[in-house]
Design a protein around this ligand. Sequence first.
Ligand SMILES: *Cc1c(COP(=O)(O)O)cnc(C)c1O
Length: 572
Amino acid sequence: MKTVSLFDLTKEPKIAYFSMEIGIRNNIPTYSGGLGVLAGDTIRTASDLKLPMVAVTLISKKGYFRQEIDEKGRQIEQPIYWNPSEYMTLLPSKITVKLEDRDVLVQAWQYNEISLTSGYVPVFFLDTDIPENTPEDREITHYLYGGDLACRLKQEIVLGIGGVRMLHDLGFEIKKYHMNEGHSSLLTVELLNRFKKPIEGVWDERLVWDIERVKDLCVFTTHTPVEAGHDKFPYDLVTRILGEPIPLYVLKELGGRDNLNMTRLGLNLSEFINGVAKKHTEVSRNMFPGYEISSITNGVHTFTWTCESFKKLYDKYLPGWANEPELFVRVGRIPDEETWFTHLEAKKVLLDYVRETTGVEMNPDILTIGFARRATAYKRADLIFTDIERLKKIAEGKLQIIYAGKAHPKDEMGKRLIEKIFSIMNILKDKIKMAYLKNYDMDIALKMVSGVDLWLNTPLRPREASGTSGMKAAHNGVLNFSVLDGWWIEGHIEGFTGWSIGPNPTETLLVSDMDTADAEDLYNKLENTVIPLFYNDRHAWIRMMQNAIGKNAYYFNSHRMMRRYVTDAYIR
Ligand SMILES: *Cc1c(COP(=O)(O)O)cnc(C)c1O
């Protein structure tokens, strides 16, 4: 592996990007889903654009988990064994953090994300699995989102406080700290301690904390549109594990009175705060009144999320597209037949994979729907089965459906959802072919978003902060059929870039149960619009594929997103 010397790296002040999970490559299992894949896309783009960035995360030596599913649809979680030294270099530096009054050693693995433009971003994976640590402490960085609340807090101390210390130890000068969600918010506590200014004779002790200076250095991106989703720790747990690196009353003022709310801590100490789609920003402003919250809509890394056959097609007609996705504006140059044959190539790759892994033989001529998301209640993977008789009538012989998605090990509802889909799959098998791909990961995601004809998304509004898989689909000319939530509110032009499901988003709809109305609309459009168009007017369908590329992929890519972070957040 090519290593980039740290001497070169420390010359220029850097943006330090902190994320609990990073999907840097498929074989490095340190991600669970959208948040981590976004972090990976952020880093890949920073590297393409040669931005001065370093990234910090945890090593998650046993990954999130490998998903097995038995014949009844029951999920079985297995640890993932992988060897960091295959991809990265263990650095000699070790720093310590105090946990429960013990010194815990932390080391770092360096991975270099080197782009085709020869930019690079070093990623530091923090690791407590060091012989000098107690057996329990060695396991802190084993499982992504594993363990109990105390374990989670320890992970966040290692990430936030340990991360800042590690970057300092390696000699980096940091000009911005970007927190990707609240898991790394404790970095602000470390910075407060670093920039303490002793003022003699001042009666108010708070003045020694240079809050403005820390704020000036920090950028916070929130991804969670519901209150319950934000990390919170009771203060007795915090003081037991973390002690009082800053006095408790100061921490409470910054992080919330009753619990340490990691989002509040991040918000209170960041000069720039953003939501990840316009709607999500609006929801965040209502959830956290009093903060100035900007909006930068997510995007996906164009080269990573374009399948092989479309890469070749774009190379031929839009040379330079990968590092300049704006060139998708000229997608109209590509002849219809070539667009369609390119899509059929991608469809074949997916259907071959489905056959090899599940034994289900699907027909490439049949309209194929893809649905791959974390299996959790609000994503409503089963919405399309609200009225099975109706679905049969509409779709028999005209539709096949491919599913994938993991449920968090503690999400019993999510696991039951997978079982439900398996049982319906069995009931429908002679009418509508279905398959559930196990162990959803970045490789399977690319196969699915490029190999189906239609990308289905049915979250309960406004729970989908942004959603990014639909953007990946658009990069491969796959049409979105989605509830108007997250990015789709911005990307959707009815009958042009894809189709909506259910009513337009309004504040009053936020909590009401929309299942019936949404399902009704889904069936109506499937029956009267989508299925007829696919089978009867292929030309119009291909026009829409081109619109998905020329309008959606053109905009919802991470090159556009990162340029916004640079101008709005990093240099201001
Ligand atoms: C893109 C991606 C996600 C996120 O998709 P959403 O549409 O945001 O749910 C999750 N997991 C994997 C493996 C992905 O590639």
